[in-house]
Design a protein around this ligand. Structure first.
Ligand code: GLC
Length: 754
């Protein structure tokens, strides 16, 4: 396979907001999406239509450029792109001229057969973060990766690829930041100086265009904001999906489901969601119920509702080949399945045995799939768990000649899971009317945050996985996915009771808090670990519920700006070397105020790196000075969690599920600090789309140490808060009493001196 270099610029022109540059080999197109986002698309043969699963915005209609004999320069208010003509190279600078990222001088973009790779300069101090669900360390320098959505059974912290594809990373060097999103769904590759003796980094794919978006905003948070502007943001999730979720492969009957639900209520352990894994179906046929074990789904659902539970049911893409099964008959009759080139439906093996696979890339197929959810929504299901959508055929390859519409597998495999989640989301949203569906998917591509939450697949019940899982959650947050969970306790294997306790404590601070386990493993519910441990788990789950006002406001941030709930410290403390130290790389901010330290179950003290500033231990209010490593106790009853000085955390009293009214008090906790701070509090009905029409309650909470004041701005939005009064709780203030610590929750501004 010959290496074909891109060559010299032979000519260029601008039309319809595109700067088109021709070389002997290829054509490059330059688009501007905003002052901080520039797209380069290089191809030997551009398609007629410019398609993307990920991108939801259009480029600007026009832009200026300067030309000289050697360069074409495009300058925005934030960036300068210098295009070298001989040979063609793309080099990005801040608009004050500081180099951000550049093609490798010698090689730039090269084709070998259909494969296209761009080689880029690597800076001596350059670090890389991102790519979502990927093995290895927070700093990806020295590692290489492949994107090829895979049913990664029994994965380890070193396995690559895993289930998802997020070809977006952020580069950090010289105190500067940039982002790069390679929007190409073919099997793709990223190498951060791993195989080049650090001479260069490179990325590319087995086919398609060299199609990337360059982000030049300064600051990791700003780049995430731009990336999620381009690829979309999550909606407000249903509030119930943020409560505790209990899952298992499988609760085998309606009676078992109801018993589990009842036990939560009897034991007064809060919970909102219970799951049905594959065994609720008749012969694993999607959109059916097992008539023997789940004879009256509606009755079961009504009883669950009475107890304040929601149900989520699994759906897999594989449609069982069985004459008389509706989805099979309709799918065959209408030609809705993936095919061999001669038109025969492709057959692969999954749970039901021989299956066909819906072609989710077609709108009519997505609509058909979406409409079938009435089988689940009619009885009352509102949660839809999309699994095996890499797509998995017992972890084997699907022949590359298999077609999805006019495309072959290699081109679209990485987006299949996303398109299934999209079909599920669109369909159930339509059916449920003004109610928010909860969609969860295992496979995903960039942009999936618009449709679904994700979880990190079949992890293992080990301490190593607890830490690795947190790294995955933190990394997925960089790539726009805020609503992320791991199987608490580990899917395979049997965790020790201590690990189960520890993992539940971390679950409190995980965006999606779901306990799940493989078939044949020991039961995992909170009461399976002995009275003493049950009490600790119960307390952790109660803590989750107390924090829901804070967590919900955190998701509001994700919906508004793309800022994830679980944040690697690389977002707030980008230039602090310590946070990349492998001892501290799993630590994360949970929302604006909390720093959480995952600790394995066998360690009862922990070395923690606290960044600059003062920090309070959440719970005890013990104060620590930051900018140093501290060794702190981490008994199983108290995961090390710290509040940043000045931190503001709105909380509520304990409720058993998110439908319960509770005591009607919003507790606003404030921790003393030298700097003023503010927090955006957000509330809505938690279930409908009324918030899109102004049905929300939003107000700023401020802490001003100089004026000795905490205050709430006037309410924005037309929703009446579920809290009748507000109580301020101050921490770390010496002998200070609020003049008036409980106030009626009125809509005007409230300011209280201390
Ligand atoms: C897959 C899923 C797992 C599920 C199982 C049975 O392994 O990842 O979560 O329980 O299939 O449906």
């Amino acid at each position: 396979m010959k290496a074909e270099i891109i060559g010299n610029v032979q000519g260029f022109k601008q039309h319809d907001g595109i700067l088109t540059i021709k070389t002997a080999e290829a054509e490059a197109r330059v688009y501007i999406y905003s002052p901080t986002i520039i797209r380069i698309n290089i191809s030997k043969q551009h398609r007629e239509t410019d398609e993307s699963f990920a991108v939801i915005h259009q480029p600007l209609a026009d832009f200026d450029f300067d030309e000289s004999s050697a360069y074409i320069d495009i300058i925005t208010s934030a960036l300068k792109l210098r295009i070298h003509k001989s040979p063609l190279r793309f080099n990005f600078f801040t608009n004050t001229g500081k180099p951000l990222s550049a093609d490798d001088e010698r090689y730039g973009t090269i084709w070998q057969g259909e494969r296209v790779i761009t080689y880029r300069k690597i800076y001596e101090d350059e670090k890389f973060i991102g790519l979502g669900e990927k093995a290895g360390d927070l700093n990806r320098r020295g590692s290489s990766y492949t994107n090829w959505n895979t049913d990664a059974v029994d994965y380890t912290p070193k396995t690559d690829p895993l289930y998802k594809t997020f070809p977006f990373f952020i580069g950090l060097h010289s105190g500067l930041t940039y982002g790069l999103f390679f929007d190409n769904t073919h099997k793709s590759y990223f190498d951060f100086g791993a195989s080049t003796d650090e001479q260069m980094s490179w990325f590319g794919a087995d086919g398609g265009d060299m199609n990337y978006y360059f982000f030049g905003a300064q600051g990791v948070a700003q780049i995430i904001e731009d990336y999620t502007w381009l690829t979309g943001r999550m909606e407000m999730p249903p509030l119930w999906s943020l409560g505790y979720q209990q899952c298992r492969w499988s609760y085998m009957s309606a009676d078992e489901v109801l018993n589990i639900a009842k036990t939560f209520r009897v034991k007064q352990i809060p919970a909102d969601v219970i799951y049905c894994d594959i065994d609720y179906m008749d012969g694993f046929k999607i959109f059916t119920w097992n008539k023997k074990t789940f004879p009256k789904p509606k009755k079961m659902m009504d009883e669950l509702k009475q107890m304040g539970f929601k149900l989520a049911t699994i759906v897999d893409p594989g449609i069982k080949i069985e004459e008389g099964y509706t989805q099979y008959n309709e799918g065959v009759a209408k030609g809705y399945f993936a095919t061999y080139p001669d038109g025969e439906n492709y057959t692969g093996y999954v749970w039901p045995g021989r299956c066909h696979f819906p072609d989710f890339f077609r709108e009519d197929v997505r609509e058909w799939w979406g409409a079938a959810f009435t089988a689940l929504t009619d009885p009352g299901v509102e949660g839809f768990w999309n699994d095996m959508n890499e797509p998995a055929v017992w972890n084997q390859n699907i022949p590359w000649m298999v077609k999805f519409g006019d495309k072959y597998l290699p081109e679209v495999r990485n987006a299949y899971g996303m398109e299934m989640a999209r079909a599920t989301y669109d369909g159930t949203r339509k059916i449920l009317g003004n109610k928010r569906p909860f969609v969860l998917t295992r496979a995903a591509y960039a942009g999936t945050q618009r449709y679904s939450a994700i979880w990190t697949g079949d992890n293992n019940g080990t301490d190593e996985h607890l830490l690795f899982g947190q790294r995955l959650v933190n990394s997925l947050g960089i790539t726009g996915m805020s609503f992320v969970g791991v199987d608490i306790g580990g899917f395979s294997g049997n965790p020790t009771p201590e690990l189960m306790v520890r993992w539940n404590s971390l679950g409190t601070y995980t965006p999606m808090f779901r306990n799940h386990a493989i078939q044949g493993s020991k039961m995992r519910e909170p009461w399976e670990w002995g009275e003493a441990y049950e009490q600790i788990i119960k307390k952790d789950i109660e803590q989750r519920y107390k924090m829901l006002p804070y967590i919900y406001s955190g998701f509001y941030q994700s919906a508004q700006t793309g800022m994830p709930l679980s944040r690697t410290l690389a977002i707030d403390y980008t230039n602090n070397e310590h946070i990349f130290d492998t001892r501290f790389q799993n630590q994360f901010m949970f929302g604006d105020a909390l720093l959480v330290v995952p600790v394995i179950s066998t360690e009862l003290t922990a070395d923690v790196y606290l960044p600059e500033g003062s920090w309070y231990r959440f719970g005890s209010d013990q104060i620590y000075e930051g900018g140093q490593i501290v060794n702190v106790p981490s008994p199983l009853t108290d995961l090390p969690v710290f509040v940043k000085a000045g931190g503001i955390i709105p909380m509520q009293g304990i409720v058993q599920n998110t439908n319960e009214a509770g005591d009607g008090v919003l507790y606003i906790h404030v921790w003393n600090g030298g700097e003023p701070n503010s927090f955006v509090y957000y509330e809505d009905d938690g279930t409908s789309y009324d918030y899109e029409q102004g049905g929300y309650y939003k107000r700023g909470i401020s802490f001003d140490p100089a004026r000795k004041m905490v205050s709430l701005s006037a309410v924005e939005g037309g929703f009446k808060s579920r809290f009748a009064s507000i109580k301020f709780v101050l921490h770390g203030f010496e002998k200070v009493q609020l003049k008036d610590d409980v106030v009626e929750n009125l809509t005007e501004e409230i300011a209280i001196e201390f």
